[in-house]
Design a protein around this ligand. Sequence first.
Ligand code: ADP
Ligand code: MG
Length: 261
Amino acid sequence: MSLKADQVCFTYPRDVSRRKILDKVSFEVNQGEILSILGPNGSGKSTLMNCLSGLFKPNSGDIYVSGQNVKQLSVRQLAHKMAYVPQTHNPAFSYTVRDFIVMGRTPYINVFSQPSELDFEITDKMIKELGIGKLADKKYTEISGGERQQVMIARALVQEPEIVLLDEPTSHLDFGNQQRTLELASNLSKRNIAVVMSTHVPDHVIMLGDKVGMLDQHGHMEFGFVDDILGEEALSKLYNFPLKMVYIKEVERFTCIALKK
Ligand code: ADP
Ligand code: MG
């Protein structure tokens, strides 16, 4: 099982500037691996996620799931393999959290059927596993942004995907919940899921390790192993700000700090 992008290009159809948001983006992430995507605001991280999830069609280039071109997969077939947690989600209806999560089972439910007992069993197991039992009967519209993020992840997981796309899952979370979300991403990879996650925090990428893609304002993505390509020079250039990598012996890893001008 793997997710592969091969020379993916994307321009928004109605963008008069014809800017290439993605310009020959290529990478490969295999089962049990994590790919973190870094990039400044507006560089195209969410656009890339939308292309990977099948929501947007690239102008050129291909995306493969386990060697199969996504062009040849139906929405339902793709949903059996891949779950997507978008950056923002503004709910229109006030479902309970439990009902909202069970909707993640949609790819397994017949068009005119209701969720089965098994679907609710899987949902309740996931609610327990993520420790969000106290939210289950609350309305989705009446929980906090951080709680909503956890619920969205639960909904993605009941889909039983092989690939999970997480678009800035930590951006609205407090420090503790950020760390817990990173642990969750790491646990997904231990379950042999391939994880693609965007973040604004280089430290998160260092903590997760594995692979990284650095997407710049021109649509170019530098892709490789964190240990090989994530350095002071690359990050300073990416964010157009001087920074330093400092080794912290207590945690036996580097951390990234901004250098005050
Ligand atoms: P990121 O997630 O990295 O912040 P996005 O993928 O959301 O970046 O956006 C990348 C660029 O595409 C931005 O400059 C944004 O303004 C532009 N953009 C996003 N959506 C559209 C759209 N529907 N039409 C034209 N341009 C868009
Ligand atoms: Mg975004």
